[in-house]
Design a protein around this ligand. Structure first.
Ligand code: 4NP
Length: 150
């Protein structure tokens, strides 16, 4: 399985999702390929937000190898699943889809923990206290995603 986590800036939410997935990938010996990207280019080349780095480190996960990049249409060819954080990301990614096969790869990540609920991972950028909640939501959703796809 090749899985790509996507948010807006690729510095807060999707780097945590990538880190958690990469960590479970190793722990469960899945042999998956895991990456993340942002729909916007504002932070391209940057490290994850320090608050995401700290939250990952709290749970024993190092995400300082990551650098922000922008989602591109070619990612539809490189990945089997594209897990987006919110409806805005969903719309932005779908706007680059070239066909039905591309569109079928895109899912709201929290639909794995709460099927059909279309819940969003809240953007923690303006909320220092939001990172723990984001971590817990992503930990739960990625666990279900892995159970259903391995
Ligand atoms: P992310 O959070 O999409 O979870 O990486 C954000 C990062 C940066 C901005 C917004 C959200 N920004 O406006 O720069």
């Amino acid at each position: 399985m090749k899985v790509l986590a996507v948010c807006l800036g690729n510095i807060c939410r999707s780097p945590l999702a990538e880190g958690i997935l990469a960590h479970k990938n190793q722990a469960y010996s899945l042999g998956w390929e895991v990456d993340s990207a942002g729909t916007a280019a504002y932070h391209v080349g940057e490290l994850p937000d320090p608050r995401s780095i700290s939250m990952a480190a709290k749970y024993g996960i190092d995400i300082t190898n990551q650098r922000a990049r922008q989602f591109k249409a070619i990612d539809f060819d490189r990945f089997d699943k594209i897990l987006v954080m919110d409806r805005s990301n969903y719309g932005n990614v779908l706007s680059l889809a070239r066909n039905e096969e591309d569109r079928k790869k895109v899912e709201l990540i929290l639909n794995y923990s709460k099927p059909g609920a279309d819940k969003e991972v809240p953007d923690p950028y303006w909320d220092d206290n939001g990172f723990e909640h984001v971590y817990q939501l992503l930990d739960e959703a990625t666990e279900v995603f892995i159970k259903e796809n391995s």
